[in-house]
Write a protein that binds this ligand. Structure first.
Ligand SMILES: Cc1cc2nc3c(=O)[nH]c(=O)nc-3n(C[C@H](O)[C@H](O)[C@H](O)COP(=O)(O)OP(=O)(O)OC[C@H]3O[C@@H](n4cnc5c(N)ncnc54)[C@H](O)[C@@H]3O)c2cc1C
Length: 418
């Protein structure tokens, strides 16, 4: 049986949030146990856009070169279109590198796990299913679960839940500690996606293309990814999930054909994979700290994929936690880190991410975009500086401040003109 050294942190879930946290904690000298019930490489239901904000975190932690070597496509501009608006912005303009990344999750997660495993301080256990938390006196002290070698129990001053939107860490702590207060809003849309081959470069270059509202609830995304493939995703009314699932290939194709511009970009291309769909989703906000435990990624903030923010939220929240945790460890009094000591994480995460989360949550409630959102898109269509400002925000760039006074004034003019 593998001997595990004394641990500082146990992380449950080894994809975007979990692996990123393990890498950054190891870089700061902490000893980490990274657990996942999956055996990697392992795919998951998700398209692959990493916006500028997330891509910048990947670069800072030293993962980007490996992801590019694995075939990750760096999109360097973004085009957004819909009824009455069509604008694009360059992500390579002067200043920091704001290109995004598009790489299938099977590859991306495997590369991140491999990088985490390259640190001596990180022990990885794949095919280990966490089944319970070790809880004593209102604090989490570790995890229990089943792995290849049978049942095991591990202890550490901090357990990080990075186990996704159906997080067991969050559920168990909610039931037993009344921790991780949660609020939820169902997503009006559901999603499906597939890969296409043979998409002509003059139709789709190095852009991330997103399109909204060819019909109520419709939305489409296109981007190149590894092996010269293109990932194409479509949003649809979640109430139609049953009928869409009965014939996913034909329905996705019909959806793309009925789009404003995306279908034409795929003309002549061949679908090169099966169609995968999301199931019904919820926007979930959780208070992310409890005594001895902290939530990262989807289990702390799960957002409608409409604007492709999930990976960036996971990466940005992991970076914030890893920057703040050394101070929390220094303040530790007992066997575990207290929720109070980790409160600065909640404050900083929410300060950075809530404006993005709320924007998605608002758009997620209804099948049509609000008059305010449409006014913002039309404003961005009018002037290039406005498109640049809007796309910096949409890309979750750390330097984005939105809307500026100038943009708000243009939006108000558009709203009055509508
Ligand atoms: C259809 C769809 C399209 C999307 N497209 C995009 C996009 O283009 N861009 C974007 O930014 N976001 C997108 N997202 C969102 C994105 O996929 C998530 O935000 C992201 O995967 C969150 O990463 P995570 O590490 O928090 O969780 P996950 O990726 O869900 O990983 C959780 C891990 O925890 C493990 N785990 C769970 N329970 C246990 C347990 N009990 N014991 C051990 N391990 C466990 C799982 O095996 C899994 O590996 C999309 C989502 C969907 C549904």
């Amino acid at each position: 049986m593998q001997t595990i050294p004394e641990l500082d942190v146990i992380i449950v879930g080894a994809r975007v949030a979990g692996s990123a946290a393990a890498i950054m904690l190891a870089q700061s000298g902490w000893r980490v146990l990274l657990l996942d019930k999956a055996a990697f490489p392992s795919d998951t239901i998700s398209t692959h856009i990493v916006l500028s904000g997330g891509a910048q975190v990947l670069s800072r932690m030293g993962a980007m070169e490996r992801l590019e070597r694995a075939g990750g496509f760096r999109f360097s501009s973004m085009r957004t279109l819909g009824p009455g608006f069509d604008f694009h912005a360059d992500l390579q303009a002067a200043g920091p590198d704001r290109r995004g990344l598009c790489l299938g999750r099977e590859k991306m997660d495997a590369v991140m796990l491999e990088l985490a495993g390259s640190f001596e301080r990180v022990t990885i256990q794949q095919e280990f299913r966490m089944t319970d938390l070790v809880i004593e006196h209102d604090a989490v002290l570790g995890v229990r679960g089943e792995g290849r070698t049978g049942a095991r129990e591990f202890h550490a001053p901090l357990v990080i839940g990075a186990d996704g939107m159906r997080s067991s860490v969050a559920k168990i702590a909610e039931q037993r500690l009344r921790a991780f207060r949660r609020s939820e809003v169902p997503c009006a849309r559901a999603y499906y996606y597939a890969y296409f081959e043979g998409v002509a470069r003059d139709r789709l270059g190095d852009q991330l293309v997103t399109e909204f509202e060819a019909s109520p609830g419709a939305g489409n995304l296109l981007c190149r990814c590894e092996n010269d493939r293109v990932v194409a995703a479509a949003a649809f009314d979640a109430n139609q999930m049953h009928s869409f699932r009965s014939e996913p290939g034909a329905n996705l194709q019909r959806h793309l054909n009925e789009s404003i511009a995306v279908g034409a970009m795929l003309a002549g291309a061949r679908r090169a994979s099966r169609v995968r769909s999301s199931g019904l989703l919820r926007n979930t906000y959780r208070d992310p700290v409890a005594n001895g435990a902290l939530l990262l990624g989807d289990c702390g903030l799960h957002v409608d994929p409409l604007f492709g923010q999930g990976h960036s939220m996971a990466l940005i929240s992991a970076e914030i936690a890893c920057a703040l945790l050394p101070a929390c460890f220094s303040a530790r009094g007992g066997k575990s880190l207290s929720a109070e000591a980790m409160a600065p994480f909640t404050a900083r995460r929410d300060e950075v991410l809530m404006r993005h989360f709320r924007a998605s949550e608002r758009a997620s409630r209804d099948l049509t975009l609000s008059a305010t959102t449409l006014a913002a898109y039309r404003a961005a269509s009018r002037e290039q500086w406005a498109a640049d400002e809007m796309i910096q925000f949409a890309q979750m760039s750390s330097e984005a401040r939105f809307p500026s006074f100038r943009f708000a004034r243009l939006m108000a003019q558009e709203a009055r003109a509508a």
